[in-house]
Design a protein around this ligand. Structure first.
Ligand code: GLY
Length: 403
């Protein structure tokens, strides 16, 4: 591994083929895949391996997260989910560690008559879209998952929505990058460098000027804040807060749950993700609160209240962590992938609720875009060009700075 971070001011690097701005899960997979394709690759991030994936539960919910009207996103999500087993094997080999992939499926349940009617409707529509879902009675749900509340009224079994441990996956990707020769600059990218009509790299907070043939903006919720990017090119990405709880299931009580459990309780999503090692993640709030990452009493209370209605036994378990992160939200909930209107600048950001799920396909798509200059067909609906200038410019009006 080559690492940088103690440079004298204005040190200039030799030009790289690719510079990735942002070392979260999406930046790491992009840098790793680029280096695997033979590109001399650098990545800039003050704390690589951090970001939203440190908070995410790791549900791979292509079907469970499907919203009507988001058909292109569904196709992208399903394609990425299908890539997961092979991707995991490759990352585990390259990163030298397991990433906690579990092909356990998901059960979405309803607690009252209204929830049941909603879920029934969802089930019918999912079936019409050819998605693999099966309706179960409350009794059948409890036979699958005995810890469910006796009052569960029915559910939808989704055998293709699995899970992975995002913290382990990110750590393995960081190691894979290092082993593939990605040069990691442990400093914030402060400004995109533009020479003539091309992006040519970035200036980092430690004074380093990194030159690159292609620069990829992959800074998650911070992607709209990079100085030097023309306003009509900046991605309209905003932070959407999610609070999450981590409990642990003591060994004698395992398996407490054998699959991911999801529900809508009084109109709010709640999910429980049980890992093989006993961790049980409960998530997540969805809050439009700018850059705030405070864990609040109300956030913790509501998650525990809703999860307890589903699985009463959770209140017996040790609560080991509360945390909050920022999803990179986009106006249509889809990511921005590939070349922008500024030559030399590409994007891999705006993954919103699907960053972990979309990690495999984002790596593939970005490697293709960086080596061939074009987006592969699977990702064309997610070109950064898809939003018109007015939508972009009004979104990118000055906002409050992150703390
Ligand atoms: N994908 C789950 C969430 O964003 O909460």
């Amino acid at each position: 591994m080559r690492t940088s971070g103690t440079h004298a001011s204005t040190e200039r690097t030799e030009p790289y083929d690719a510079l990735v701005i942002g070392g979260g899960i999406i930046g790491l997979v992009t840098a790793w895949r680029a280096a695997q394709r033979g590109l001399r690759t650098a990545l800039a991030d003050p704390a690589p391996g951090g970001g939203a994936a440190m908070v995410a539960a790791g549900m791979l919910g292509s079907v469970g997260e499907f919203q009507y009207g988001e058909h292109a996103l569904l196709d992208l999500n399903l394609a990425s989910a299908a890539r997961y087993p092979e991707f995991v094997a490759e990352v585990e080999e390259a990163g030298g560690q397991e990433v906690g992939y579990r092909d356990c499926g998901t059960l979405m349940v309803a607690l009252d008559a209204d929830d049941r009617a909603h879920l029934r409707d969802l089930h019918e529509r999912h079936r019409r879209f050819g998605l693999e879902v099966e309706w179960l009675t409350g009794r059948e749900c409890r036979r699958l998952e005995p810890m469910l509340a006796p009052g569960v009224r029915g559910g939808m079994r989704i055998d293709g929505d699995h899970q992975v441990d995002p913290r382990r996956l990110t750590a393995a990707l960081l190691r894979a990058c290092e082993r593939a020769g990605v040069v990691i600059h442990r400093a914030l990218a402060e400004r995109l460098t533009v020479t003539g009509d091309r992006a040519t790299g970035a200036e980092l907070a430690d004074g380093t000027r990194v030159s690159a043939g292609q620069t990829v903006l992959a800074a998650g919720s911070l992607s709209a804040r990079l100085a030097g990017v023309p306003p009509d090119v900046l991605p309209p990405v905003r932070p959407v807060k999610g609070q999450v709880l981590r409990l642990t299931v003591p060994a004698p009580y395992r398996p407490f749950l054998s699959r991911v459990i999801r529900a809508v309780v009084r109109g709010t999503d709640v999910y429980l993700v049980p890992r093989v090692d006993g961790e049980l993640v409960i998530g997540a709030t969805s809050e439009e609160r700018g850059w705030d990452t405070t864990v609040t009493a109300s956030g913790v209370y509501e998650l525990l209240r809703d999860a307890h209605e589903l699985i009463p036994g959770i209140t017996e378990l040790p609560l080991v962590e509360t945390c909050a992160g920022l999803r990179p939200g986009s106006p249509d909930n889809g990511p921005f992938l590939g070349p922008t209107a500024l030559p030399g600048l590409q994007m891999a950001t705006g993954h919103f609720r699907n960053g972990v799920l979309l990690t495999p396909i984002t790596g593939d798509v970005m490697a293709e875009a960086l080596t061939g200059g074009e987006l592969p067909p699977a990702a064309r609906a997610f070109t950064p060009h898809r939003l018109d200038g007015a939508a972009r410019t009004s979104f990118n009006a000055p906002q409050e700075q992150p703390a």
